[in-house]
Design a protein around this ligand. Structure first.
Ligand code: F0G
Length: 458
């Protein structure tokens, strides 16, 4: 008999899960104005709000917590982090930050100015937020295939080269501080970017003398997809693929809370000494001294180790297969998801699941509310709420896709939790088909509103 696949780890510490009744959850979600961010975690059964900072650390990482050197300057944990990043990614300079958006704040403070344009593949919301906050523009050049959830394409995170070139022609290279490639592309479904596409973007960028930057929160998962979906890379190691992905890239920044396998942390890594010096000024103002940048010594030590574990093939294979397992179950139950399944999450297509709820009434958020009431499963809306209003016109922006994301924390949940989630979604499928009205906004912030928005049921 062929032995079944099992995770390459076992449990040493456990955390309780709390159960409430459906009625209790229905009351609670009304009380918190239908905003899933307002729920206390003990009101959630399976928490798939994010894979960011929610993973379980290994025993080696916990040992780094004990070894952490908390010196204000020149901590040994900092040097461990630098060695890890250099060794895995090949960059000379590393600026730690407390998380990804802090890296964006520092980096964009140095390179993005009013009137600039940053083309890329579906920028993450904090990335877009930090660009728009500086009165610059983020232009989405993702291939159109990404926006049809039923269409099969191995690299839906790819950049459309014609679109990219037309943006460069329209705005001129002087207004484009960099081209941004996000690996994997979270906003369109944790979808990977192929090595071929990365190389083609690099060639185009070089032709126009524009540097390429990468947002590498989930770079190891991207490398796994290159290995398993791009024939030429089948026999290459994840390490080799990672090095090749970053070859010629000027700057990367990372929310280490994802593929860094830590609960907090981030960094910027680059080759250019003078840019690194400029970043240091902003790090000192916003984060802390340049050898810790908002992280504790122990957090840097845990990250130095997490980066190594994050590129192990067995770990990645187990991780991606767990996400794919839930994806297959959902499909078997007739739940419409972004296909093929991406790296860190399932993205349920709310337009298809709630076909009678208009996009102006936030169908993906409504789907999130229904999943929460039914099974205590918490996802997050990636749709009209997240898209924010247009900062210039103040008008509502309707993204092409209206999704509920179920993100899987790393090394946390078992297969039976995945079965529970799939059953929850199957149970609400018929109800969702019959719903014809959704939610309206009672109160909202101007930027990144989805975190604090208050909603009412129509
Ligand atoms: N870039 C990408 C691609 C991200 O997915 C995130 C965060 C960030 C940047 C910002 O990093 O949270 O450490 O400040 N994504 C989380 C998520 C929040 O749920 O997808 P951060």
């Amino acid at each position: 008999m062929r032995l079944p696949h099992i995770p390459p780890y076992k449990t040493k510490v456990v955390e309780p899960v709390y159960f409430k009744t459906k009625e209790e959850r229905a009351n609670k979600i009304t009380e918190v104005n239908y905003n899933l961010f307002n729920l206390h975690s003990d009101w959630v059964v399976v928490d798939l709000m994010t894979d960011s900072g929610t993973g379980a650390m290994s025993e080696q990482q916990w040992s780094e917590i004990i070894l952490g050197d908390e010196s204000y300057a020149g901590s040994e944990s900092y040097f461990k982090l630098i060695r890890s990043v250099k060794d895995i990614m090949g960059f000379e300079y590393v600026a730690p930050t407390h998380q990804g958006r802090a890296a964006e704040n520092i980096l964009f403070s140095a390179v993005v100015k009013e009137g600039d344009v940053v083309p890329g593949n579906a920028h993450f919301d904090t990335t877009k937020g930090h660009i728009e906050f500086r009165k610059a523009k983020a232009i989405d050049c993702t291939i159109k295939e990404a926006f049809d959830t039923s269409l099969d394409h191995p690299f839906k995170g790819n950049i459309d080269l014609d679109k990219l070139e037309s943006v460069i022609k329209e705005y001129g290279r002087e207004r484009i501080p960099f081209i941004n490639i996000t690996v994997t592309c979270n906003t369109v479904g944790g979808q990977p970017v192929s090595m071929q596409n990365i190389k083609e973007v690099m060639t185009l960028a070089r032709k126009h003398y524009i540097p390429v930057y990468m947002d590498i929160a989930r770079y190891a998962e991207n490398a796994y997809f290159i290995k398993t979906r791009e024939t030429a890379y089948a026999d290459k190691s994840i390490r080799e693929i990672v090095k090749e992905m970053f070859d010629g890239v000027s700057v990367v920044w990372m929310s280490a809370k994802k593929d860094g396998l830590v609960n907090i942390g981030g960094f910027i890594a680059l080759h250019d000494a003078s840019l690194y010096e400029r970043l240091g000024q902003f790090t000192i103002i916003y984060e802390g001294f340049i050898t810790y940048g908002g992280m504790s010594g122990r957090a840097m030590g845990a990250l130095a180790e997490g980066l190594k574990e994050g590129i192990e093939f067995d770990y990645l294979d187990d991780r991606i297969k767990q996400v794919a397992y839930l994806g297959q179950k959902l499909k078997d139950y007739g739940i419409p998801i972004q296909d093929p399944v991406g790296g860190h999450a399932l993205y349920i297509d709310a337009k298809r699941m709630l076909p009678n709820v208009p996009q102006s009434q936030f169908p993906a958020q409504l789907l999130g509310v229904e999943a929460y009431i039914e099974g205590g499963v918490r996802g997050v809306e990636i749709g009209t709420l997240l898209a924010d209003k247009d900062p210039v016109t103040g008008e509502e922006r309707f993204p092409e896709m209206e999704l509920l994301r179920l993100a899987i924390p790393r090394r946390v949940y078992s297969r039976s939790h995945m079965d529970y989630v799939a059953a929850t979604m199957a149970n609400i499928k018929d109800k969702c088909k019959s719903l014809s009205s959704g939610l309206s906004i009672v109160k909202q912030a101007d930027i990144l509103r989805h975190f604090t928005v208050e909603l009412a049921m129509i």
